[in-house]
Write a protein that binds this ligand. Structure first.
Ligand code: HXC
Length: 514
């Protein structure tokens, strides 16, 4: 028996070396961890249990019959993160470049199926040369099997993709189907067609980094949600992200003891909004002051900065924050910000995470670029997302809520549950100057001093209409609240809404304006 045990241990040790020490050294020399080192850093110490360590490929072409490495280029299994079960696969670049074979895909599918059945997140650590070239269509079939499961798992269990090396061609579509994409700066890239093909087809000269690096995708394309300095930082932040999320759509948003006083008043918020309505202020300051211990995990922080989205806790409960940012484009909604926020609202709704919306929006961004780019359809995505969301929705208007954007930003009319406004809020069809220019056009024209008249009628319009009380009188605003009470009022609102149940009319699925 001891012989058998020793032999098993030997096999295990051999298998765990993947492509061998030289390739492991090469991986380290590039500043990258190996597939197994990454899983160790991701999971709670000693919690990872590997599956299918001895799986091999079944390819016999191109000299592959005699070229087997146990595990076949991907490490799969289950472990815990902060004590909660998480399934993961980690592509092993030291084995056939981490390329995806039929067997290797079957391993990934096995843990995805299990995760869906038991209701636990799936994390994919991607570092791969793509389809196993020697296997041809069998590899493509493997990808499609993974894609199918990504779609089935969507909205059922959280799926997080980390890009920690190459990810090219159709392989990018598995991460693209998941909830969040994290990338490592300088050592990871994602693109459909690489720099050589781009050069041949469009004659553009670009590097892999420019085309699909972490900075490109986290600031320009919006494909990546997070970009981090190295593997270890990414894996630590991945743990942090999962801590905010329920394990599946069958669980409520997690609640932990953060130790932050729910009734904490924040007097500095009384002076946050400048007297001049044209002057910006930093909405992120408000968010960080209101949430528990200032712990705000911002998502897509470098992309469409005119809207802020992210996860935080209020009285220990995970919440999703959506907030207009007056520092960028005056907080206007445009195509990119609408799509960014719409996807996040839908994510929160899938996973029972209440949505807190802070509103300071002068409207949709005007212009040819926006109209030709389809702002009508893209803006509708955000409207659609808020309107269909059934999780608790608490809204605070801190300053402007103008026009269609007032409706869109979790208004009472889109089934906002609790809608509050600060006393200085301006809820109107448009800004007072624009409104006065239209409705007092004749009076202004007739006046000998246009400027003075415009000022006078603008002030009169602002006094009468640009305030929260008209909306409050109609019950569209549930209460006008003191800025310094915002934290407590939102937390009380969440307590009021606990146990909320709301269902949509039966449908196969909706027809979101894509
Ligand atoms: C089989 C592969 C492989 C692949 C890499 N390797 N990619 N083996 N299939 N797709 C092997 C290499 O032969 C090499 O083996 C080892 O992995 C390491 O690769 P290197 O080229 O030495 O590494 P590096 O210089 O870092 O370059 C990494 C790379 C390059 C840029 C990813 O390997 C590369 O271009 N690979 C091919 C990428 C590709 O065209 N894939 C198919 C894309 S189409 P040895 O034994 O020599 O060390 C696709 C379609 C998916 O993926 C469709 C889904 C629907």
């Amino acid at each position: 028996m001891q012989d058998i045990i020793d032999r098993l241990e030997m096999l295990r040790v051999g298998a765990r070396l993947g492509g061998g020490q030289a390739r492991i050294d090469a991986q380290h020399a590039r500043g990258k961890l190996t597939a197994r080192e990454r899983l160790e850093a991701l999971m709670d110490p000693g919690s990872f249990e590997e599956m299918d360590l001895f799986v091999e490929h079944n390819c016999t072409d191109f000299g592959m019959a005699d070229n087997h490495i146990a595990g076949d280029g991907v490490v799969t299994g289950v472990g815990t993160i902060y004590g909660r079960r998480v399934f993961a696969f980690s592509q092993d670049f030291t084995v056939f470049g981490g390329s995806l074979s039929e067997s290797n895909a079957r391993k990934i599918c096995k843990i995805m199926d299990m995760a869906i059945k038991v209701g636990a997140p799936v994390v994919g650590l991607n570092d791969s040369g793509g389809a196993r070239i020697q296997e041809g269509v069998a590899s493509l079939a493997g990808y499609a099997e993974v894609f199918q499961r990504n779609v089935l798992a969507s909205g059922v269990v959280p799926q997080i993709s980390a890009i920690m090396g190459p990810c090219a061609g159709g392989a990018v579509y598995s991460p693209a189907l998941t909830d969040f994409i994290m990338m490592v700066k300088d050592t990871s890239y994602m693109f459909l067609t690489g720099p050589e093909v781009v050069k041949t087809v469009t004659h553009e000269d670009v590097s892999a980094e420019q085309l699909g690096g972490a900075i490109t995708h986290s600031t320009r394309s919006g494909v990546a949600d997070f970009a981090y300095e190295n593997d270890l930082v990414l894996l630590k932040q991945l743990r942090r992200l999962l801590a905010f999320l329920p394990s599946s759509n069958r669980e409520p948003a997690p609640r932990i003891d953060t130790g932050d006083d729910p009734k904490r008043t924040i007097f500095s918020l009384d002076n946050l909004v400048p007297n001049d309505p044209q002057r910006p202020y930093d909405m992120k300051e408000l968010v960080e002051k209101v949430v528990d211990n200032g712990d705000f995990l911002e998502i897509q922080a470098g992309y469409a900065k005119n809207i802020i989205i992210g996860l935080a806790r209020l009285n220990g409960q995970s919440v999703g924050i959506v907030a207009n940012q007056p520092m960028v484009l005056a907080g206007c909604l445009d195509i990119a910000s609408s799509v960014k926020a719409a996807r996040f609202v839908r994510f929160c709704d899938c996973f029972n995470i209440p949505i807190i919306t802070f509103v300071d929006v002068p409207g949709f961004l005007p212009g040819m670029q926006q109209e030709l780019g389809g702002i009508i359809k893209h803006g509708a995505k955000l409207l659609f997302a808020y309107a269909e969301a059934t999780v608790p929705k608490v809204t605070v208007i801190t300053r402007k809520a103008y026009g269609g954007a007032y409706d869109v930003m979790s208004s009472k009319h889109l089934r906002g549950d609790l809608n509050y406004a600060w006393p200085n809020a301006e809820i109107a069809v448009m800004g007072p100057k624009g409104a006065a220019e239209i409705i007092f056009r004749n009076e202004i024209k007739a006046s000998p001093n246009h400027e003075a008249k415009l000022k006078e009628v603008t002030a009169a319009y602002a006094a009468n209409f640009a305030n929260p009380f008209i909306a409050a009188r109609k019950g569209f605003i549930d209460d006008v609240i003191m800025p310094h009470d915002t934290r407590w009022r939102v937390i009380r609102g969440l307590q009021t809404l606990e146990g909320k149940q709301l269902s949509l009319p039966w449908k196969k699925h909706d027809n979101l304006p894509l």
